[in-house]
Design a protein around this ligand. Sequence first.
Ligand code: SAM
Length: 330
Amino acid sequence: MQGPAILIGEQLGLYKALSASGLVTSEELAKKTGLAERYVREWLAGQAAGGYVNYDAASGKYMMTPEQAFTLANEDSPVYIPGAFYLISSIYKDRAKIADAFRTGKGIGWHEHHNDLFIGTHKFFRPGYLANLVSSWLPSLDGVVQKLNDGALVADVGCGYGSSTVIMAKAFPKSQFFGYDYHLESIEWAKDVAFTEGVSSNTTFEVALAKSYPRKDFDLVTFFDCLHDMGDPVGAAKHVHESLKPNGTWMIVEPYSNERVDQNLNPIGRVFYNASSMLCVPASLSQEVGLAIGAQAGDSKLREIASAGGFKQFKRATQTPFNRIFEARL
Ligand SMILES: C[S@@+](CC[C@H](N)C(=O)[O-])C[C@H]1O[C@@H](n2cnc3c(N)ncnc32)[C@H](O)[C@@H]1O
């Protein structure tokens, strides 16, 4: 019950308005947001019952603490959570389709899901990229930040709405970024995001497959949370290999995972294995080869893929509790 109420609060700007208001009545919040007071009053009580906002019984007013605002109102905070609920919402909506795939063994393409998946992926992953990509992930790769500062050519493959592309383009204005994804709708959104964020001049977004995107001589090719979604990750690795300069770098960001199932039976594995069975495995099975390594493939599987693609060096460069960052070199 809390999940959809979080999405209503996000969509209608209730959290943002409340967190910017201090102590307010439901009438004041309804007026501020232009919404119907009777609905807002009930929503506030539900939020307070969940501990997501605070209620002051003496005055009958509501407010959000900085911690509550950090998770629910501030899209740039590293723990902004509503994106997760859009993702979950898409899975509920596509449940019949997914159950059918369990019966037939057939795949479900990323593009075949409800729109909540695409917006959810953007909103859910962006906070982690904002918090880590420029400050720690790129610096963990040998010589890459220097090249980006000087002006490098970068491909961000499987870029979705382009959150990672736009963050890098903002940080490194002398570099040129090409975002590729096979999903047309995502590419259209990515162009909009780049425009809004003021990075249209050093970003280009195109519909393209990981195995056949155009252009060569990239200094850096990045794959954010998408290699395991691909049917033919080895084919993709080979194409990355061909598209890089001889001293170029392939950066692969994958969900955090240990090597074996018994080592992943924890809250992170719980989220990722479930997402994997309902989103990632079907996505891979819908494409040619259909390798379906899953979102919890261990380092050795990823190393095998990079090596089959022709990469001589492969290492885990850094990690967070949610992500592993790999560096592959020619
Ligand atoms: C989990 S989403 C990650 C999106 C984005 N990188 C991010 O981190 O927000 C996986 C993305 O991979 C894309 N994708 C899947 N298979 C692909 C392929 N073979 N070639 C190009 N893109 C692909 C999907 O369309 C989707 O946008």
